[in-house]
Design a protein around this ligand. Sequence first.
Ligand code: 5GP
Ligand code: MN
Length: 344
Amino acid sequence: MKEILKTIQRLKSRLSEKNLKTVIIPHISADGDAVGACSAFSLVLERAGIVNHILTCDFLPDYLKWLKNTDKAISYQEKAEKCKRLIAQADIIFMLDHNTTQREGDLETVVKNYTGQKVIIDHHPDPEPVDFVISDTRVSSTCELLYTVIREIWGIEAITGNVANALYTGINTDTGGLNHNSSRPETYLVIAHLLELGLNKAYVHENLYQHNRISRLRLVGNALLNKLTIHPAYPVAIIPITKEELEKYDYKEGDLEGLVNIPLSVESVMVSIQITQRKERVKLSFRSKGDIPVNEWAKEHFNGGGHLNAAGGQSSMPLIEVVQKVQDTAAWFFEHYLADYKHS
Ligand code: 5GP
Ligand code: MN
């Protein structure tokens, strides 16, 4: 933490310079933590008089668009030239909730070629060595860490009600509603402070959890009833979802958020993997219980990574082959990382 505080002080001094232009970038397929962090940080920079633009390599999901300043986000898919220009003109790029430019989709090469300063604020392992690395894998979420960054640089008064709502969104969603990754007292101290500073928890929960569409419930219901299988030899739940199913149930970005966690509610299931056919690739989501490192499985076989209990990856193979590969590599994973596991 001492090292992080030193880096924050260095950033504070850099941000005290006049006429800075900055850019904020979340990861591809941004989630509640990434979008919450972008919203909170954009609001704080704005209040501090620092020019900032949120640039996304894809599109922010509709279910998070109630967060302030997300309406100003510029998509590289729609305005590539404008994104390139803003990046070229920026003094500083903030990479939020990701540890490498590889998680920036089509923006990756633009950001890689950028010669100004980069700041990572994140909680994934092994961050890239950029100019300012503010990273702590112990925190629940990037938003929890961002609370400290904002407080140290601009003071507690910079955390308005809207900033508190955005930060809490990240803490809540990245922990599955304070379910996993949330056993440190510090997380609850941050939430307590956010409540004192004007967090409207009921409003955040209503926006996050009470704006469902029936078609979303049916998509999730169909996945659990008709698609979920258990590996014949290992305690692994697998949920494949086809493009046709997404179309049939009027899929919107974020509709499958949380589904992969549900199989872990079964006592015997130790790992849950959702395999979703997206436009041009297959996306995998891994979740696990206890100290089972599913990020190693994602990294070794599916070009991905992430946290011990929540990781992701992708493949360009057809869905059915990816499902087969998951089944085939289960033995490798359990032998490498759970040698004690006795399969039935
Ligand atoms: P999700 O399953 O929610 O998409 O992702 C779970 C976690 O894995 C997130 O913390 C995310 O940052 C990480 N993750 C997801 N996809 C990838 C990927 O393709 N590469 C890497 N390195 N991490 C990923
Ligand atoms: Mn996160």
